[in-house]
Design a protein around this ligand. Sequence first.
Ligand SMILES: Nc1ncnc2c1ncn2[C@@H]1O[C@H](COP(=O)(O)OP(=O)(O)O)[C@@H](O)[C@H]1O
Ligand SMILES: N[C@@H](CCOP(=O)(O)O)C(=O)O
Length: 322
Amino acid sequence: MAVYTEVSDDDLAAFVAAYDIGDVVSFKGIAEGVENSNYLLATTKARFILTLYEKRVDKGDLPFFLGLMEHLAERGITCPLPVKARDGEALRTLCGRPAAVVTFLDGVSVKKPTPAHCAELGRALGQLHAAGEGFSIRRPNALSVSGWRPLADAAKGRSDVVQSGLDAEIAAELDVLERAFAKLDLPAGVIHADLFPNNVLFLGDRLSGLIDFYFACDDAYAYDVAVCLNSWCFEPDQSFNVTKGRALLEAYHAARPLSDAEIDALPTLARGSAIRFLLTRLVDWLDTPAGALVKKLDPLEYFRKLRFHQQAGSAADYGWRG
Ligand SMILES: Nc1ncnc2c1ncn2[C@@H]1O[C@H](COP(=O)(O)OP(=O)(O)O)[C@@H](O)[C@H]1O
Ligand SMILES: N[C@@H](CCOP(=O)(O)O)C(=O)O
């Protein structure tokens, strides 16, 4: 579920009256999603997504997220465009929460990505990175290497209920990654940071839109590539599909060429990305009360991916041909 805040008909009517988006035809909560309350809002003019930003979103970050979507949409990226109310403001308040209306994108997310989907994704990611250049607001990645130890500490002493010995494995991995990340000096800019298949829409085999920019931040571009290798190229049996990896990397490289340093760093970045999602899932797993309506995501999926990356010697293990 992702409707934490219920909006009454009266609240909705008062909210929509501030915009020039037509009259409400229908209004329905969207089940998918984890972080925020999302509604599909249809009006006499068009369809929109109304989002109420929930507790985990820092209100101070909203100008970054909304400004970024506007910046990218202006540069040809098919992403939600924040809709301004008559007073010129896109960020408003509804039911005591920060809220915004964005344009609705057609398409569906794929459950089983093919190499063709991975190529589409790689190309779109390269274009996204190029289009983000020149965006003026900065947002450091709170979930990069300096954020991992605090997450591990939050789970410490409890993670063995998920898997015996996990605390020690995480601590040892963080020792390695903190040293390895300190040595990296890679091209950086705006990244999506959560471009999993559920955040990419397709019409047939053609990518039709990118959504959910609420983890976007400044970090190494190749880290975003590593997030996608993790989320798009593993099979359900947890084997890495090099054909998908190659399709993703080659399409990305055609849109935004990867430097030798970025290619060499891929195994380290993939390990980092694996521990990031392992840790956030682990903390959520441990902290989400039994019976909560939110679907808990399996932390061990990312532990198994981490194991693969620990064995990876070079980018060739991800399908890179040079
Ligand atoms: N602009 C959009 N156009 C079409 N569907 C959208 C749009 N934004 C969100 N959705 C739908 O809402 C769901 C949840 O949105 P998402 O931004 O991923 O939520 P959360 O940040 O809470 O995880 C998506 O899976 C998608 O089905
Ligand atoms: N992609 C993250 C969870 C974040 O969910 P989203 O619905 O905001 O994309 C994970 O898989 O751990």
